[in-house]
Design a protein around this ligand. Structure first.
Ligand code: OGA
Ligand code: NI
Length: 361
């Protein structure tokens, strides 16, 4: 698969390899960079592994109908949500009510953060997996052999709100963005809960979403001179229930659908939503978390902001008992119960590898 390391390139193909890379931005901005170092080189995809789906085949959910549609429109959307979760694990949300202005401000705010001097960003490095603010490069450099073409800022924004203190206006914008997106996520989870036949407030109550964990992840993928050899993020599924993502007009997200990688493309006015491992566990596998990855390009720097919405840290997530009994007889629970906090620690302290973490549950 695409994440296997290729054999190292001859050392003369890279002009000025820093001894320790603390951000890919600094590396990407090295003067005269025309090739990438062996430390960041992966085996390219075989031809035919990526497919473009016909325009319009990725499910689109009109959020306004879920919130203020007629009962008929609402039940139609609940049905569509269920299908999207089951068939794709991915959908685009339109008419979500988060102002466009706020979407562009939060992207600009994150750009401002990544544009800070290296030393300033290192102040927010964090020491432990569960530290509320963590700036870093790749995914987990302490366990990786080959690194991803990515810098990240991960900030815990709920139940307690954190934000880096620089740039000065980031915190205010991030608070507002986090609250607005969280509201949409909860609305979607209500619909999803209903689509499972569990009633609209089931997930909210069972996983204590009032205290739910919300994690803000800003990703920076700088322009790359050899994009076919680099990887922004490897194939993985997200922890949590739902991730809502936006990006700065440059695409790169791919999702796996029926065994092929599908380019999601750029959808500047939509929220891009993927299902997470904890929705898979809760639904006993009816709604599988979707594998996805991030590609890089040579045309421009990409910024994406992925907002992960999970249960409260102390929730123990296991298949909903209501889903294990049916008229056809009992269905075995396919996952053991696990505290969300323990799952998070497990996932974040290892390599990011497909669904390895979920397999352990
Ligand atoms: C993530 C993620 C994809 C992207 O942050 O978990 O999958 O396109 N990001 O940046
Ligand atoms: Ni992800």
């Amino acid at each position: 698969m695409a994440v296997e390391a290729a054999s190292p390139l001859p050392s003369n193909t890279f002009p000025s390899q820093p001894t320790k890379i603390t951000s890919i931005k600094t590396l990407a901005e090295s003067p005269g960079l025309t090739s990438i170092p062996a430390t960041h080189t992966f085996t390219p995809d075989l031809p035919g592994q990526v497919t473009s789906v016909p325009e319009g085949s990725i499910p689109v959910i009109d959020y306004s109908l879920l919130i203020s549609g007629t009962p008929g429109q609402r039940s139609e959307i609940v049905h569509e949500l269920g299908r999207a979760c089951q068939d794709w694990g991915f959908f685009m949300v339109i008419n979500h009510g988060v102002p466009q202005k706020l979407l562009s401000s939060i992207i600009d705010g994150c750009k401002g953060f990544f544009d800070l001097a290296e030393e300033e960003k290192q102040e927010f490095k964090g020491n432990h997996i569960l530290d509320p603010i963590r700036f870093g490069t790749s995914f987990n450099v302490s366990v990786e052999k080959v690194f991803y073409w990515r810098d990240f800022l991960k900030v815990s924004v709920h139940p307690v709100f954190y934000s880096p203190t620089k740039p000065a206006d980031l915190s205010e914008i991030s608070l507002e963005y986090s609250q607005r997106v969280r509201e949409v996520a909860r609305g979607l989870l209500k619909g999803i809960s209903e689509s499972l036949g569990l009633g609209g407030s089931y997930i909210d109550k069972a996983l204590d979403l009032e205290q739910g964990k919300q994690l803000f992840i800003a990703n920076l993928y700088p322009t790359c001179p050899q994009p076919e050899l680099a990887m922004g993020m490897p194939p993985h599924s997200d922890h949590g229930l739902l991730t809502l993502q936006i990006q700065n007009g440059i695409g790169g997200l791919q999702i796996q659908h029926k065994g092929k990688w599908v380019n999601v493309g750029t959808h500047p006015n939509s929220l891009l939503v993927n299902t997470g491992d904890h929705l898979e566990m809760l639904s006993n596998g009816r709604y599988k978390s979707v594998l996805h990855r991030a590609m890089v390009n040579s045309k421009g720097t990409r910024i994406s902001i992925a907002m992960v919405h999970g249960p409260s840290l102390d929730s123990v997530v296991s298949p909903a008992p209501e889903l294990l009994v049916s008229s056809q007889g009992d269905e075995p629970a396919a996952y053991i119960g696990m505290k969300y906090k323990d799952y998070l620690e497990l996932q974040q302290s290892n390599k990011l590898e497909g669904k390895a973490c979920l397999d352990r549950a």
